[in-house]
Design a protein around this ligand. Structure first.
Ligand code: HEM
Length: 633
């Protein structure tokens, strides 16, 4: 008996090695047939044990022994190599290459023509929808579905992201931005307050905007009004006794998103851990609030109220229940699959879509704004140029007179837009946008003028970060001032978007003609700029996010400059006594610290964010800067 058990355990590793070797051999044959350059990686990069240990060990090895032949194998196995090494692997292996492991063939792309083929041939290269299965917990939706079901969701949800909603985003961002400024610059508006957890506040900011523009619920910042965190049902018909406020339910759910998506609710609710029960509570409270909102919106839709300034969920409910609803009640109960006639979403689908708007629109915008504030504190010249454009566009007009139609159009051809575009070029919130080759058949893709055969079912990553640093498509303004590299494509240089300053554009193959959408800003070649993805499955909330980010930049930088806070190096009194030279040296020291913190990013959740440390900043009234005016631009 003992020897049988021992034999079994001895056989296990042998079986594992043999099956891995056979899998690897098979996948190498597939890679050879494809005609793509490929690299063999002996361990599947998403092996859970490797995922936990590989980043530290792999990155240490690759950094310490970059020229060893083993490093060339390890580099593509290091979890998050896409963030850590940027364009480097593509410079070495080509703009499209395949990794071959015992488990799969995975295709990575940083070539704009290939990206355009993948994004435009939607049925040949569907979304890897299985990656998003878990976000169906509150109902099926536009983010997680594919095929005819996705088409249906997209058709119904797109109109609710129209201009009326964007105007609502504009107005609500101003309202929320004013409250955030009161927190950051103090009630007297004098600034000088060190803000440590910038991301926490930008998260609150974007959550409040989506709460109003997505669900029609107005929220206040803590301490701004008495009923900021009031706990009350959102429907007069509800008798539910809430235990969390609406904002705490949303924030709690998003904070525990991975846990809620992975574990069943009954398990979390009964688990012996406080964090698990809190996650279950937030999820239940969120669901109850949403059901209450739904009841109210249905009443409004039936009564034909709130035609203007409609929030996204309100527009979806109106489509299903309003007087002009396309089809009858019975059809709402059927499934979308194979039902091309259907014109309205079911109740569960409306709630499912509301949830993904919250998830997709919250962290992405908040993260971008967080990075923007730090990058502008690091790049004082760009900050100054943006402020000049803000003055030109808004002049002395009070904020209440800012106008959605006029001002957004003007911002789109200004340094405000350049700064935003550049931030998403160097740090795209979603680094690897996932696709797959259709399960039905292999697909032919043209790469560098030749046919390549992409094996059916293969996973694809469109690597936005490497693509957007590819020197074939992007003009460098010179050697990097940060790293000394021979181009500055990994650096934040918003000026490269201003066509009149862009001397390298044509040489680098850029289409430097002003685009219709962005006026005098650089118009990237098709497929070379994809922070919002591209093609029919690109981001539904692109304009929503752009309006939100640009108007916030204008609001903050109209009256304030943003500087790095130096509290950890010197207190205010010490800074006061310093001469110019000492201040410059101090700020340079803090800049170096900020840069090293910013390297410590990771895409653990949905988007990239700093995982260790933080970069504190301060708002300073314009004209009263302590540091940044001392630097030459
Ligand atoms: C800076 C902000 C944002 C960025 C960078 C961004 C980026 C993206 C990307 C890369 C995708 C494609 C994902 C994939 O195919 O796997 C996507 C899809 C999507 N985004 Fe955004 N997003 C942002 C803001 C928003 C906002 C504010 C909303 C809604 C309020 C939103 C709603 C969506 C939806 C619904 C989809 C799925 C579209 C479909 O599959 O048809 N996003 N976004």
């Amino acid at each position: 008996m003992v020897s049988a058990v021992a034999a079994f355990f001895l056989a296990l590793p042998a079986y594992y090695i043999a099956s891995s070797a056979i899998g690897l051999w098979r996948n190498i044959q597939v890679a050879k047939r494809s005609g793509l350059p490929y690299r063999v990686i002996p361990v599947y990069a998403f092996n859970p044990i490797w995922l936990l240990t590989g980043k530290r060990f792999g990155n240490w090895f690759v950094t310490k022994y970059p020229n060893l032949w083993v490093s060339k194998y390890i580099i593509l196995m290091v979890p998050e190599w896409a963030w850590l090494y940027g364009f480097k692997p593509f410079a070495e292996y080509g703009d499209v290459f395949m990794t071959v492991s015992p488990v799969d063939c995975h295709i990575y792309i940083a070539d704009r023509e290939v990206i355009t083929q993948v994004t435009s041939r939607r049925e040949d290269f569907p979304k890897a929808a299985w990656l998003y299965d878990t976000v169906n917990i509150f109902g099926r939706n536009v983010l997680s579905t594919e095929g005819s079901e996705w088409k249906f969701h997209r058709k119904i949800t797109s109109p609710s992201f129209g201009e009326k909603n964007n105007a609502l985003v504009f107005a609500e961002t101003i309202r929320q931005g004013k409250m955030m400024l009161r927190k950051w610059a103090g009630e007297d508006g004098k600034g000088g307050i060190t803000i440590k957890d910038v991301l926490k506040d930008t998260m609150r900011m974007s959550l409040h905007v989506i709460s109003k523009a997505g669900f029609g619920v107005s929220l206040q910042w803590p301490g701004m009004t008495e009923d900021a965190d009031l706990i009350r049902p959102l429907s007069s018909e509800s008798t539910h006794r809430h235990t969390l406020s609406f904002i705490d339910a949303l924030a709690g759910l998003l904070h525990n998103l991975l846990v809620v998506l992975v574990f069943p609710k009954w398990f979390l609710a009964n688990a012996p851990f406080n964090w698990a029960r809190k996650a279950a509570e937030a999820s239940l409270e969120y669901q109850t609030y949403m059901n209450e909102l739904f009841v109210e919106k249905k009443k409004e839709a039936i009564a034909s109220e709130k035609a203007d300034g409609m929030d996204i969920m309100g527009a979806l409910v109106k489509n299903s229940y309003g007087p002009n609803k396309p089809l009858d009640e019975k059809q709402k109960q059927t499934t979308a699959n194979g039902d091309p006639e259907r014109q309205t979403l079911t109740d569960s689908e409306i709630l499912g879509n509301a949830f993904v708007f919250l998830v997709a629109g919250h962290e992405t915008s908040a993260g971008a704004l967080h990075y923007l504030l730090i990058l502008l504190a690091l790049h004082m010249g760009s900050q100054r140029r943006m402020q000049e454009d803000i003055d030109r566009i808004f002049g002395d007009r009070p904020v209440d007179e800012w106008d959605y139609n006029k001002d957004v159009a003007a911002m789109q051809s200004s340094m405000i837009c350049a700064v935003m575009q550049e931030e998403m070029r160097v740090i795209p919130p979603v680094i690897n946008i996932p696709k797959q080759v259709s399960d039905e058949s292999d697909q032919i893709v043209m790469y560098q003028g030749k046919q390549t055969v992409w094996p059916k079912g293969a996973v694809i990553s469109m690597n936005a970060l490497a693509l957007q640093r590819n020197p074939k498509y992007w003009p460098s303004t010179g050697p990097s001032k940060v790293t000394g590299d021979d181009n500055d494509l990994a650096d934040f240089v918003p000026e490269r978007w201003l066509t009149k300053d862009n001397v390298n554009g044509e040489e680098a193959g850029m289409d430097v003609s002003a685009s219709k959408e962005t006026g005098r800003l650089l118009h990237p070649l098709k497929g070379s700029y994809i922070p919002f993805s591209d093609g029919p499955r690109s981001c539904l909330g692109k304009r929503f996010a752009q309006v939100e980010i640009m108007i916030l930049l204008a609001l903050i930088f109209k009256n304030y400059s943003v500087e790095l806070a130096v509290d950890e190096l010197a207190d205010d009194e010490a800074v006061e006594k310093m001469d110019e030279k000492e201040r410059i040296a101090l700020y340079e020291q803090q800049r170096a610290t900020a840069r090293s913190v910013m390297k410590n990013c990771s895409q653990i959740g949905l988007t990239v964010r700093i995982i260790k440390g933080y970069v504190p900043i301060r708002l300073v009234p314009r004209g009263k800067e302590r540091f940044i005016h001392l630097f030459e631009y």
